[in-house]
Design a protein around this ligand. Structure first.
Ligand code: NI
Length: 288
């Protein structure tokens, strides 16, 4: 009996050992396959990312081509500038301001004219549809600082922050579709400059040749007289799209300037037509 027990014992022992080995093997296999699944998954995630990136590029490229075509189509529809005929750049500072800006856009567009709007950064974010309309219809957006500080009283760093913060605000309002309308010219608050400011701004600085003083008179008739008594080819006229009196003046000025044969162009169009290259750090008062 002793012998049989011993043989049984050996058999059970062997069985248990095989069982343990088997269990261990299974454990290893499970661990391996888990590692394998993990690894394989990592691989396919990378592949998926690459594929998504490639697809994203294709979509982005198609989107860009579509936007470029739309932009070209919009610009083709705009009245073209005839360099041989007289032209004036109407400029509007300190906005946008809702209803007044809208009235000025309406009268410009009814008369096939364009204007340049020197916006302040703190306001521009409140009027995305107005600034998008400006760019859509061929007007120009300019940078008039973030909150209208006199740059001659600021450090170089703060001048640059005034300009950069306004660019960011404008970009936010324009969105991707109209990002090409981001300001590329500055109008200095109060027109105030010194050599430090000129070096710090980093864009061409557009001053003016006709100052309507509309902000001071708040009188439509005086603003009308101020423009119509002095308007000449190449002028840059300063107004503010803040006052209803200025909008009322524009409703008279714009058709009359058109009757006199003036093209109403943006600042960029004015200098391009006159063959004058706008350079950063330089101030411009008129184009003639
Ligand atoms: Ni101003």
């Amino acid at each position: 009996m002793k012998g049989i027990k011993a043989r049984w014992g050996t058999a059970v022992g062997i069985f248990l050992m095989i069982g343990m080995l088997f269990t261990q093997t299974v454990d290893i296999a499970v661990a391996d396959s888990a590692r394998y699944i993990e690894f394989a998954a990592a691989d396919s995630v990378e592949d998926a990312d690459e594929a998504a990136a490639a697809m994203g590029n294709v979509i982005a490229a198609r989107q860009k081509a579509k936007e470029d075509a739309e932009k070209a189509e919009r610009q083709e529809k705009l009245p073209q500038v005839d360099a041989a005929k007289p032209m004036i750049a109407l400029t509007f500072d300190d906005g946008p301001s809702g209803a007044v800006t809208e009235r000025i856009l309406n009268i410009l567009e009814e008369n096939g004219g364009r204007g340049t709007f020197f916006v302040v950064g703190y306001r521009v974010g409140s009027y995305p549809s107005l600034v998008q309309r400006m760019i859509e219809n061929g007007h120009q957006l300019g940078n008039h600082s973030y909150d209208h500080k006199d740059f001659t009283k600021l450090s170089v760093k703060n001048v640059q922050a005034q300009v950069a913060d306004t660019q960011h605000a404008a970009l936010g309002a324009l969105g991707d579709e109209y990002a090409y309308g981001l300001p590329a010219v500055v109008r200095l608050p109060y027109g105030a400059a010194n050599s430090t400011v000129k070096a710090a701004v980093g864009m061409p600085m557009i001053q003016w040749s006709v100052d309507t003083r509309d902000w001071q008179t708040r009188n439509a008739a005086k603003t009308v007289t101020s423009v119509l008594s002095s308007a000449r080819d190449g002028d840059i006229i300063l107004m503010h799209d803040l006052y209803p009196q200025t909008a009322a003046a524009c409703e008279e000025i714009i058709p009359k300037l058109r009757e006199r044969g003036f093209q109403l162009v943006t600042v960029d169009e004015l200098f391009a037509a006159k063959g004058i290259e706008l350079k950063p750090g330089v101030m411009y008062f008129k184009a003639r």
